[in-house]
Unconditional design. Structure first.
Length: 148
């Protein structure tokens, strides 16, 4: 199963195409309703409540060998604890070895933004990012299939 942290995910269409090709189910989780294709393998879950309610829902539902697509580092950490495979939308893969460093960098960047030292955000999402994401997602699915 693939879980997508859907509110700001720029690769939803890519996830849909890959999931359809591999016959995988996708659960798109969001804080607000959104348009999604009508398909029996795709479920939209709208979670009302506090700001991180969608993240909480994903973290509660995910299990080992599920795939999670998110840019949220704390959510990635929670999903890794459950043995899920976690990808960001630019094709990066979170791991048990790298998550501590990612959390520390996130905290540092938050502090620098709060101090006004850093005012910009991440670079614009590019075609290369999309291509890298598709490659990483495909590799992750292939690895899971060989494991079974």
């Amino acid at each position: 199963m693939i879980f997508v942290d859907g509110d700001a995910c720029p690769v939803k269409e890519e996830v849909y195409r890959v999931a359809k090709r591999y016959k995988l189910s996708v659960t798109l989780v969001a804080n607000a309703p959104m348009r999604v294709p009508t398909a029996d393998w795709l479920t939209l879950v709208v979670v009302k409540g506090h700001y991180e309610a969608a993240d909480d829902w994903i973290a509660e539902q995910v299990a080992g060998d599920d795939i999670v697509i998110t840019a949220d580092i704390p959510l990635a950490s929670r999903c890794l604890e459950k043995q899920a495979h976690v990808l960001d939308s630019r094709g990066g893969k979170f791991s048990a070895e790298s998550i501590g460093s990612a959390l520390a960098s996130r905290e540092l960047m938050t502090q620098l933004r709060d101090l006004g030292t850093i005012t910009g955000g991440p670079p614009p999402f590019s075609k290369q990012d999309r291509s890298q994401f598709l490659q990483t997602l495909d590799q992750t699915i292939q690895k899971l299939r060989r494991k079974k």
